[in-house]
Ligand binder design. Structure first.
Ligand SMILES: Nc1ncnc2c1ncn2[C@@H]1O[C@H](COP(=O)(O)OP(=O)(O)O)[C@@H](O)[C@H]1O
Ligand SMILES: [Mg+2]
Length: 324
């Protein structure tokens, strides 16, 4: 059914202005059929506003979009039939059972009769909720609530699924399980747009877009995004006899940031991640510089940048550009 080269969501200069803020600023986005597209960015970046516009529940201030072949401004109702939307604060009916919630959403979307019965059975299976059909939604665990929310968003078999931070506040095991369910949907050909603050989730997307201050600053496959940061990455733990904790990190950061060949320094817990032009060439130079302050490098290793490093690097570059 799905043609993987077809663009199913295309926005043109999509913009949303509120009183004091341009929440989404001239967004040009292309999402292909069957992809999992991750919209990644810090709080306030404009992810939710983008999703609300694409769900046709908030009018853009400027720009337009075509979704599943329909025009956002002129054919909102048709678009709604083709999408499932799980908002970040989605509402289940706490007093209703799992099954009653599914029936409620089936009513809303006009899914009836045999189709409804089959669809509900399939979704219960798929979301691994079959044993809990009679339990009140209000008494489900956080992870199970999210899975029920997902099942409700899928009741009308949409081609496109929008998920706004679907696993925020969910424990790691449930997060993984939720993503396994998304992987199954992906295999079945559903196009998924997901907002996420989690970099490990961004890694699981076909493509990601990095959003910052309402703008899309980069988009590409996770590997393409990671390849954007220049240099090689070394990791170590700075150790000193007289300095500890944050003090040593600050000191080491200051020393390294001014060294030739150092492109960027990031800290992770008590580890330092240092991007240099060439590790072979710079390692002893940096060791010497730190040794002058009686700091040594423990647990040294060369490592590959993850989405997290790429993301922090790209965002901090954006922010320093804005300051200039
Ligand atoms: N209804 C609203 N009225 C005014 N400002 C809003 C409204 N919704 C969002 N904003 C502002 O728009 C910006 C983007 O918000 P949002 O889309 O929620 O970002 P994200 O989902 O990435 O955290 C923020 O500065 C936010 O305060
Ligand atoms: Mg949001």
């Amino acid at each position: 059914m799905s043609n993987n080269n077809q663009v199913i969501i295309k926005t043109e200069n999509l913009t949303k202005r509120f009183k004091n803020v341009t929440a989404v600023d001239g967004l040009n986005l292309e999402i292909k059929t069957g992809h999992i597209f991750g919209l990644v960015g810090p709080d306030g970046a404009g992810k939710t506003t983008t999703m609300r516009m694409l769900a046709a529940i908030m009018d853009p201030s400027a720009g337009d979009a075509v979704i599943a072949g329909f025009n956002l401004r002129k054919q909102a109702e048709q678009i709604k039939e083709h999408i499932g939307y799980m908002a970040q604060q989605f509402a289940l009916y706490g007093d209703l059972s799992v099954l009653e919630n599914l029936n409620f959403f089936a009513d809303v979307y006009g899914v009836r009769g045999k189709t409804r019965r089959e669809r509900i059975e399939q979704l219960l299976n798929f979301a691994r909720l079959t044993e809990f059909t009679e339990r009140r939604a209000g008494r489900l665990s956080g992870g199970m609530k999210k899975k029920l929310g997902l099942a409700c968003a899928l009741i009308h078999s949409p081609d496109i699924l929008y998920l706004d931070e679907p696993t925020t506040g969910v424990d790691p095991v449930s997060r993984r399980e939720f993503w396994d369910i998304l992987a199954n949907l992906h295999v079945e050909g559903t196009t998924i747009l997901v907002n996420t603050p989690y970099m490990d989730e961004a890694e699981r997307c076909s493509r990601v877009g990095l959003m910052h201050n309402g703008r899309l600053i980069e988009q590409g496959t996770p590997n393409e995004i990671k390849a954007l940061i220049p240099g090689e990455l070394m990791e170590f733990k700075p150790v000193s006899d007289h300095l500890g904790g944050v003090g040593i990190l600050r000191k080491a950061d200051k020393i390294l940031a001014n060294q030739e060949g150092v492109l960027e320094v990031q800290t992770y817990g008590d580890l330092m991640h240092v991007f240099v032009d060439n590790i072979e060439q710079r390692r002893s130079q940096l060791e010497t510089a730190l040794a002058r302050e009686q700091i040594t490098m423990a647990n040294f290793r060369r490592t590959a940048p993850r989405m997290e490093e790429a993301f922090i690097s790209l965002i901090s570059k954006m922010e320093s550009k804005q300051v200039e």
